[in-house]
Design a protein around this ligand. Structure first.
Ligand SMILES: Nc1ncnc2c1ncn2[C@@H]1O[C@H](COP(=O)(O)OP(=O)(O)OP(=O)(O)O)[C@@H](O)[C@H]1O
Length: 356
C-alpha cells in the first residue's frame, strides 16, 4: 500500500481553539491607548480534520488571527489551544516543536530563488536535523503528491505561479504537520489554477486528516472547499457555522455584503442578466434555493409547465451544490392564465419566489 493510500483513513488531527484572543499592535514608542486592536475577544473552534475558512474585508484581522496559531504573532490576551494545550506561552524547543506541527502556505509562495524545487522542499528537514535518506524519501513522496516530481531540479523562476504554490504546499507538509495554515494561498493565481490548488488542498485534507485554516477575501474559495466559515469584521468573529448554512442564510450584514458581491443575484442584477433573453412573454419568476432540498431543474420546469398550460422557459440558472446542498436561483418565464396559481405552485418547489 502506498503512503498516500495508507493515510486515506488517517484520523483527523489538530483541533485549534482560540479563547478570548485579543491582539493590540502598539506603535513604537507609542502612548497607551494609541494601539490598533486587530483582534477583539475572538473565541473560535477549528474542528480537527476540517477546513475552516476565515473571510473578511481588508484589515479585518484575518492574517493576525492566522499568525497567532504559529506564534508569528502573540496574543495580547487570551489563549490559543492546540489539542487542548496552550501554545501561546511556548518558547525555545517547545516553540520549535510547535512550529513543526503547523505548516504554512503563503500568498506569494516565499520560495528561495537560488534553490531548486527539491532543495526548497527539503530545507525544513535539513534545519530540523532529519537524516538524509529519510529526508529524500519524504521530499520524493511530497513532490509526487503535488504533481511536481518531474520538476525537482527546476528553480522557482522557471515555474508558473500554480507550480510555485505546489512547491509551497509540499514544503509546508514536509514535517507532516497536523495543521496547515493557508494565507490567501490562491489570491495571486488565475481562476483555473486556483481551482486546481484548492482541489489539491482538499485532497490533502481528506487523505492526511490535516486541519486546514485558510484565510481569504474571496467567497468563491469558501464555497469551493471549506467545511466551516467564520466571518471576521473589525477584529471580531461576527458569524460562524457550516458553509452551506452561512451561505444560504447569512445572519450578519458583513456576510450578506460579502455574499452579495460574490453572487450578484439581487432582483435588479437578475433583471439585467435576462434583459436580452428572448421569451414568449408572460410572468418572469425567480425561484431561489437555499440548500434545503434536492433540486432537479427539469422537474421544476415540468412541474410549473403542467399548471401553466403553456411552455415555461428557463431564462437563467445558477443552481450548484454547496457541501452537496444545491443553492442558487432559476429565472423562468411562464404564460399562465392564472398567475396566482402559478406562484403558489412555484412556492411549493422553491424556498423563495419573486416576480421580476
Ligand atoms: N505589525 C503591525 N503593526 C501595526 N498594525 C498592524 C500590524 N499588522 C496588522 N496591523 C493592523 O491590524 C489590523 C488587522 O490587520 P490584518 O493584516 O490582520 O488584517 P487582514 O484582514 O489580514 O487584512 P488584509 O486582507 O488586507 O491582509 C489592520 O488595521 C492593520 O493595519
Amino acid at each position: 500500500m502506498s503512503a498516500t493510500a495508507a493515510r486515506a483513513h488517517a484520523p483527523a488531527r489538530g483541533a485549534v481553539r482560540f479563547e478570548h484572543v485579543t491582539k493590540t499592535y502598539m506603535p513604537r514608542n507609542g502612548r497607551p491607548g494609541t494601539g490598533v486592536t486587530a483582534l477583539d475577544d475572538v473565541t473560535l473552534d477549528l474542528p480537527a480534520g476540517r477546513i475552516t475558512g476565515v473571510i473578511g474585508r481588508s484589515g479585518a484581522g484575518k492574517s493576525t488571527l492566522l499568525r497567532t496559531v504559529n506564534l508569528l504573532e502573540r496574543p495580547t490576551s487570551g489563549r490559543v489551544l492546540l489539542d487542548g494545550e496552550d501554545i501561546a506561552t511556548a518558547t525555545g524547543p517547545a516553540l520549535r516543536d510547535l512550529r513543526r506541527r503547523i505548516g504554512m502556505v503563503f500568498q506569494h509562495f516565499s520560495l528561495m530563488a537560488s534553490k531548486t524545487v527539491w532543495e526548497n522542499v527539503r530545507l525544513p528537514l535539513r534545519l530540523a536535523g532529519v537524516g538524509a535518506a529519510e529526508a529524500d524519501r519524504r521530499v520524493a513522496e511530497l513532490l509526487e503528491l503535488v504533481g511536481l516530481d518531474h520538476r525537482a531540479d527546476a528553480y522557482p523562476g522557471q515555474l508558473s505561479g500554480g507550480q510555485k504554490q505546489r512547491v509551497g504546499i509540499a514544503r509546508a507538509l514536509v514535517q507532516d504537520p497536523e495543521i496547515l495554515l493557508c494565507d490567501e494561498a490562491t489570491s495571486a493565481l488565475d481562476p483555473e489554477t486556483t481551482h486546481s490548488i484548492l482541489a489539491l488542498l482538499r485532497r490533502i485534507n481528506r487523505e492526511r486528516g490535516v486541519t486546514v485554516l485558510l484565510i481569504t477575501h474571496e467567497m468563491g474559495v469558501i464555497q469551493e472547499i471549506c467545511d466551516e466559515v467564520a466571518v471576521i469584521d473589525g477584529g471580531r468573529v461576527v458569524e460562524h457555522g457550516p458553509v452551506w448554512r452561512v451561505l444560504s442564510a447569512p445572519a450578519h450584514g458583513t456576510t450578506r455584503a460579502l455574499l452579495h458581491s460574490f453572487r450578484r443575484n439581487s432582483a435588479e442584477e437578475l433583471e439585467a442578466e435576462v434583459a436580452d433573453v428572448e421569451h414568449g412573454g408572460g410572468a418572469r419568476l425567480v425561484l431561489r434555493f437555499d440548500g434545503l432540498r434536492p433540486v432537479d431543474v427539469a422537474a421544476v420546469v415540468a412541474h410549473l409547465q403542467h399548471d401553466a398550460g403553456s411552455p415555461v422557459q428557463l431564462l437563467a440558472s445558477s443552481v450548484s451544490p454547496v457541501q452537496g446542498r444545491p443553492q442558487g436561483h432559476l429565472v423562468l418565464a411562464a404564460q399562465a392564465p392564472d398567475a396566482g396559481a402559478l406562484l403558489e405552485r412555484a412556492r411549493a418547489v422553491a424556498d423563495r419566489v419573486e416576480v421580476l
